[in-house]
Design a binder for this molecule. Structure first.
Ligand SMILES: [Zn+2]
Ligand SMILES: [Zn+2]
Length: 167
């Protein structure tokens, strides 16, 4: 995931936009999170005084199990981050922005992107906001099917009554 900044650094331009399809190559990260390796990156590099800053967002997707209906679906996340491009890591650096090392005029986005994926992945997700979930009685997926369980809510008191009546 190398981005070459040489030309930009030598030019008088103050801003450079980068829109690129990138690929995550870390097999472990991909498999563990059922991550799609293709991500769409869109970033803006700024020269601010002597610093070089990056404001970026990227879209990634992964296979998720809906917390309500338990179906697998493709979840798409748009993650944003800001970074400062540095030639050496500053141990005392405490701002929220990520530091990205520049080497021979190039930066590698693999590590920061992996970090952001890890941080931005939600604990729980729904296949859609109005997912109807599954019926707690028969387990049918109520998005795709119907059941009659709701008409027969079994109240333990009613159950008792039924047995009494039967006797
Ligand atoms: Zn669902
Ligand atoms: Zn049911």
């Amino acid at each position: 995931m190398l981005i070459n900044l040489k030309k930009f650094l030598l030019s008088d331009d103050l801003v450079m936009n980068v829109n690129e399809a990138l690929t995550i190559t870390d097999k472990e990260l991909l498999e563990k999170n059922k991550l799609n390796k293709d991500i769409q990156f869109s970033g803006k590099f700024f020269k601010v005084e002597k610093s070089l800053l990056l404001s970026a967002e990227f879209t990634y997707s992964y296979s998720e199990t809906c917390a309500r209906c338990l179906e697998e679906f493709e979840n798409k996340i748009i993650a944003k981050f800001n970074a400062i491009i540095v030639d050496e890591v500053n141990e005392d650096y405490e701002a929220e922005d990520i530091e990205i090392m520049i080497k021979d005029g190039c930066i590698d986005l693999e590590e920061p992107i992996k970090q952001i994926v890890y941080l931005s992945m939600p604990m729980k997700a729904l296949c859609k906001n109005d997912c109807k979930g599954i019926c707690p009685m028969c387990g049918i997926n109520l998005n795709t099917g119907k059941c009659e369980c709701n008409d027969f809510v079994i109240d333990p008191r009613l159950e008792k009554l039924k047995t009494l009546l039967r006797d």
